[in-house]
Design a binder for this molecule. Structure first.
Ligand code: HEC
Length: 215
């Protein structure tokens, strides 16, 4: 073979290699010799999926699905729902020093700026004139009748869940367990709380309540 032919054919080979080695789909591994399960065959969360009629890999949960550990509070955001919850619902958590301390901590984050540290309706937002004072937990009147001091577990939980008038709902910020811990602490501020279990051997509230997590 003469030299120019060898030169030209190797140039052609190089051109073929260069042209075929680019321009592919970046996600396509091409032809592999023994891939050895290097790449997972799983569909990526947002990739199209031919196995489902809606072509989505990430399927929406079946209607009525609830997260694990979720508890229902089936009282509506109405005055009747508030009264019914106040009558029927009891705090499912045991009244312990830890639950109370956690309630106090959460209260400090979510409620103090309006209600004040001691629940007197003198929080920071009120002090700087940005918000009208909420009623005192121990001495105020509830806009829904009666004294705030007498509000039961269910009424306080209902209020934290749905809010009332100027107070917004807190269901998206606080899960039910956290709301129950805060409810416990609000009783403390109302001046009506008993002594936590464990802090005093004469404490009366028994653990049977702990099984009755609100619906
Ligand atoms: C933005 C200010 C604000 C925040 C934050 C806030 N509240 Fe209130 N809260 C109010 C106001 C105002 C009222 C009085 C509303 C009314 O009855 O018209 C009120 C009323 C209440 C009542 C009395 C309900 C009744 O039935 O009369 C309770 C109990 C209560 N809040 C608890 C809480 C708890 C617990 C938190 C924290 C999780 C909280 N609030 C956060 C402003 C607030």
């Amino acid at each position: 073979m003469n030299k120019p032919v060898v030169f030209l054919s190797s140039l052609a080979c190089l051109a073929i290699v260069l042209l075929t080695s680019c321009g592919r789909d970046a996600n396509d591994p091409g032809t592999e010799f023994m891939p050895d399960m290097y790449r997972s065959p799983a569909y990526a969360v947002y990739s199209a999926n031919p196995n489902f009629t809606d072509s989505l890999t990430m399927q929406t949960p079946v209607k009525g699905t609830i997260p694990r550990g979720y508890t229902f509070f089936s009282y509506p955001s109405t005055l009747e729902g508030y009264e019914a919850a106040g009558r029927d619902v009891k705090n499912p958590l045991l009244f312990t020093a830890e639950n109370l301390a956690e309630g106090q901590r959460l209260y400090g984050i979510f409620c103090t700026h309006c209600h004040g540290e001691a629940g007197q309706g003198d929080g920071n937002l009120v002090a700087i004139g940005k918000f009208p004072p909420p009623p005192s937990y121990s001495a105020g009147n509830s806009s829904r009748g009666g004294l705030v001091k007498d509000l039961s577990d269910g009424k306080i939980f209902h209020t934290i869940t749905y809010g009332v008038n100027l107070m917004g709902p807190h269901a998206s910020q606080l899960n039910p367990e956290e709301r129950w811990k805060i409810t416990m602490y609000v009783h403390q501020l109302q001046g009506t709380a008993a002594t936590p279990v464990g802090a005093d051997s004469t404490a009366t509230k028994d653990s049977s309540n702990a099984t009755a997590m609100a619906k």
